[in-house]
Structures are given as C-alpha cells and as structure tokens.
Design a protein around this ligand. Structure first.
Ligand SMILES: Cc1cc2nc3c(=O)[nH]c(=O)nc-3n(C[C@H](O)[C@H](O)[C@H](O)COP(=O)(O)O)c2cc1C
Length: 331
C-alpha cells in the first residue's frame, strides 16, 4: 500500500508505544520488515516551546525510514506549529496525530482520547495541521470515548474529507482501556464509510493468522501491531512473508532468539551507552524470555547486571539451555 507518495513494503505497521518504540526498537522492527514505524507520542506543547528533551524524542536514524512522528495536544494551532517544527527539524516521512491515548494525565487536559468527545476540535486540529505541513499526515484514534459515544465513522469521514493520508483505528473505546477485545467490526464500518483515506486496523494482532483474517474481514489496507511486537519483532517478517508467498515462516529457534536479543541490546547500547541502554533494555528482555522454561528465575538474576559482556554470557547460557531442553524433548 501507499501513504500518498510513500510506497510501503508489504507487512504490518509498528504501532506507537510510549516507552517502547524508541529508536533501537524501531530500527530492529524495520529490519524485520515493519512497513512503517511510529515514534511514541510526543507533546505538542513541549515541541512548540522548543524544549530540548522533547525535541530529542523526535530524532531518528535514517535506517528507520519510513517513520511517522506522533504528536499529542489539544490546541489546533499549537499542534500545527509543533508539526511544522518537527518537519523543519528532522523531516520525518509522516506526522501522526494522537486521538486515542486513554491515560488520565492526557484526558484530564482534553488530549488524546478526550478529543473523541469533541469531534469539531478533531476537525480543527486536522485542518490546522494539514495547512501547516506538506508531508503526509496520518491520525490514530480509538473507536469512541465509551459505548454511548462511538465516533469512529464520524472521525473517519472527517479524516477522509480533510486530506488525512491514512487513519489507524484501535478497535477499543477509551473506557475499555486495554480490557476486553478490540472490536474489528467497527473498523470494518469505518472502511465502508470512507472513499479515499486508507484505514489501518489495530488491536490484538499477535500472529500472522490474525493479521490475515482481520484484513480479509474488514478490507482494511494494513494492520498495525503494538504489544504483539514486544519480544517478538520477527512478527513483521512473518506477516510480510505470508503476504508475499501465502506460506508461514516458523518462529525463531532459541539460538536465533539469542542472536536477535543481542542485536537489539547492541542497538540499545549504541543509542544510549551501556549505563543507560541496559536498564532500558530490561522490559524487552523480559518479553524475549516470556513463557520459556526458567524465565522468571533468569529475569531476577539479570536485573542487576551492569555490563553487556556479562549480560551476553548469561543470555547465551539461558538460551543454550532452552535449546538443549527442546532438543532432548524432540528426540
Ligand atoms: C505501553 C503502551 C504504550 C502506548 N503508547 C501509545 C502512544 O504513545 N501513542 C498511541 O497512539 N498509542 C499508544 N498505545 C496504543 C497502541 O499503539 C495500540 O493502539 C494498542 O496497544 C492496541 O494495539 P495492540 O493490541 O497491537 O497492542 C500504547 C499502548 C501501550 C500498551
């Protein structure tokens, strides 16, 4: 599919995930074939004030392209200004608007999912941002504030009419948080409602079969994967391979997982240095080892590991022991 002039590799989108889709993880997911990656959400207020820490969050490596930088806020003019600043400073492929974040510190200030209660403001934000930048503009939303405020079709129509270049829809309401299941019927309704804007379906895609089924059921242009990619970035390779060939790729073996884990660790250290990179890597490390025999004891041991060399030794020992157990089991 395309987002305006950007031709995307077949596969799935990497969702924006606060604290997770930082530079190293985005690079890794692109290497595994994510069609496009998104930054975690970044404050329009901070950007508009040219706050250095906020601006630093917009930095990316050329290897990550195509990349979307996601912005949140509530004031249309400030969001438009922030988008312009991001384009001028780092020139990403896409600017993405956040109409879905459910956390109280956002919604209390009428940001993120709170905007789903004020679709007139959503329209103003899109119009102002569209006017401020020339590069592709996308948006990401939940289906509504709660069950009595489902606005997915209304916002899809606004996006369609106001020149948004792709709309990602997480099939939950704000009230649901991350509970229950995503409602893909509503994503399908949005697909039926629009005439121009590609709809990207999102919510609970954790394997190739689900990605394929959801696309068939709804007619969405692509799927976006969030939590299903943590500790599992090869899901993008699997989805891309399936789309191209119709055949499934197996999960990586324990020794391949070890290699991926070390590659990720190195990207993390390259980005941050050893002292800051290793603590940031822990969340991913837990996910890479989740469900494997002996994983929780291993996670307790690695929590205090200070250096890459020791971490590599421990990881090698852990994954080798998983591999040996699997070999004994298979024999
Ligand atoms: C830890 C975490 C952080 C998230 N951060 C963002 C964010 O910064 N911007 C955003 O639009 N959505 C954010 N989301 C929502 C995801 O992008 C996605 O819509 C949601 O997790 C459902 O997709 P999934 O089931 O594939 O994870 C976040 C979700 C999680 C779990």
């Amino acid at each position: 599919m395309r987002i305006r002039e950007i031709q995307l590799d077949s596969g799935a989108f990497l969702a924006p995930l606060c604290g997770v889709t930082t530079r190293p993880f985005r690079r890794l997911c692109r290497r595994f074939g994510a069609s496009i990656v998104f930054s975690e959400t970044i404050s329009a207020d901070g950007l508009a004030m040219m706050n250095n820490r906020t601006l630093d969050m917009t930095r990316f490596d050329p290897e990550e392209r195509p990349i979307g930088i996601q912005i949140f806020g509530c004031d249309p003019d400030k969001i438009a200004l922030a988008a312009k600043i991001v384009v001028d400073q780092v020139n990403p492929d896409v600017i993405d608007l956040n109409f879905g974040c459910p956390v109280p510190k956002f919604v209390k200030k009428d940001k993120g999912a709170a905007l789903l209660r004020d679709t007139a403001r959503i329209k103003k934000i899109i119009q102002a941002t569209r006017k401020a930048i020339d590069i592709p503009l996308t948006a990401k939303m939940r289906t509504g504030w709660d069950e009595s405020t489902i606005v997915v079709k209304e916002v899809a129509r606004i996006a369609d009419g106001e020149g948004v270049d792709a709309l990602s829809i997480h099939g939950r309401t704000r009230a649901q948080g991350y509970q229950g299941v995503a409602n893909w019927e509503r994503i399908g309704d949005a697909v039926q409602t629009v005439s121009r804007v590609p709809i990207i379906g999102n919510g609970d895609v954790t394997d190739v079969a689900t990605a394929e089924r959801r696309m068939q059921e709804t007619g969405c242009a692509a799927v976006m994967v969030g939590r299903g990619a943590i500790g599992n970035p090869w899901i993008f390779r699997q989805i891309a391979h399936y789309m191209q060939t119709g055949t499934a790729l197996p999960d990586p073996t324990p020794r391949e997982r070890l290699q991926i884990c070390l590659e990720h660790l190195d990207l993390q250290i390259e980005d941050r240095d050893e002292q800051r990179g290793i603590p940031e890597f822990r969340r991913h490390l837990s996910a890479y080892t989740k469900g494997l025999d002996g994983a929780s004891a291993f996670r307790n041991q690695i929590n205090l590991v200070p250096t890459r060399a020791i971490l590599e030794e421990m990881l090698t020992e852990f994954f080798e022991s998983v591999a040996r157990k699997e070999e004994v089991h298979a024999a």
